[in-house]
Design a protein around this ligand. Sequence first.
Ligand code: GAP
Length: 476
Amino acid sequence: MATDQNKFQAIISHCKEYGFVFPSSEIYDGLSAVYDYGQYGAQLKKNIRDYWWKSMTQMHENIVGIDAAIFMHPTTWKASGHVDNFSDPMIDNKDSKKRYRVDHLIEAHAETLPAAEGEALLAQMDNLLKENDFAGLKKLIEDKKIKCTVSGTSNWTDVRQFNLMFSTQLGSVTDEASEIYLRPETAQGIFVNFLNVQKTGRMKIPFGIAQTGKAFRNEIVARQFIFRMREFEQMEMQFFIRPGTQKEWYAYWKEERLKWHLSLGVSPEKYRYHDHVKLAHYADAAVDIEYEFPIGFKEVEGIHSRTDFDLKSHQEYSRKKIQYFDTEINQNYVPYVIETSIGLDRMFLLTICNAYEEEDLSKDGKEDSRVVMRFPAKLAPIQLAVFPLTKKDGLPEIARELMDKCKSSFFCFYEEKDAIGKRYRRQDAIGTPFCVTIDHQTKEDNTVTIRYRDSMEQERVPLDKVKEIVLNKINE
Ligand code: GAP
């Protein structure tokens, strides 16, 4: 059985073994902090994305979704502040040449300390970061005798800033004018389309624009599996509001987003808010929603009060008026923005960590165990597995008929090899909530055995009720 300390490693192995996540280009020994999603991972990720999309757009009459391009005009990133400000303080170890993000290095050290001491260290770090006191940060690292994990020494360079954006060339001519960036956040695609959407959709403030898509960051310390990647996916929503109402809308979205997380059945104790001390260049308030991963409480989602920083800045750089005429107060203004920003890959990791369980089933001196992924039925990559007990006597034909009836409504999986017990365990490991077995009795009375993943209980139900049972659970 995996302990808390090695549970994370067990989860990573499970993800690989059961087709959820593979290291990218693994046959060439992989690419650091880049991952591929396998057959079950891609489906789980899509289900999470769809659930977010539906709750943001379909369930809110005043939020619409867009899909902006990854490449954007380079001035976008000047206006957004990313060219000048999107950097992190880094420090290099002179012996190993390994580069660390200063906050990650100190955070990792804090985790090794007794709780109170660790918290005091983090508070000291937060203050220094807020002041941009790089000399103070270096001194803190030296005073605490924080060591490089590779060289084991404390031989550090000064702390310096590094920009996290990837750049590439547009077209075949390599000059400064053709340099463009891979977007480090999806949000700017929303800001530059504010007027397009507002006008064509006749949107009235308050309203939101949502989108999901890839973002890229040259993370220096990219570790902890898919928690911090160089290529990842975000699900963001910008909510445009009247200036002066930002406090109430910030409080509203802070609460609303936590409710969304809890709607997936995760225990509330696994979540907490973390208010930002050091605010990003665009924000006047910011909070993280953190989840308790096996590696500790970590950020999954950020809610930011972004003021009118982005729209104003795009107005200035583009020299195009980006304003809204509010008919209720007869006034033109640049709207304020509350942003909700969640990493899809982090939400995927949360879903995996929350679902993963090694269950001891030993009984009467006979050792037994299973790994079960307790995904909510609506997110499970496979929702129903259909098993004919044997490959003959007309049982596969009945099973195939059930598959045909169900597969347009949800994901089904058909298998006729191996003993039923083995087939159940394989479905437990990928988190299939329902397995149905067609046996000889089915031919007599049109009933089947449905087996529930979580309780492992089995019951006899009419064959023609199976689709309804599964659909009810998925739509809960
Ligand atoms: N538009 C605001 C923004 O991008 P952020 O806090 O930098 O804010 C938002 O990122 C979310 O994106 C984070 O809460 C996290 O879930 C996810 N995220 C950020 N960097 C990531 C990375 N390197 N790998 C995976 N997810 C990341």
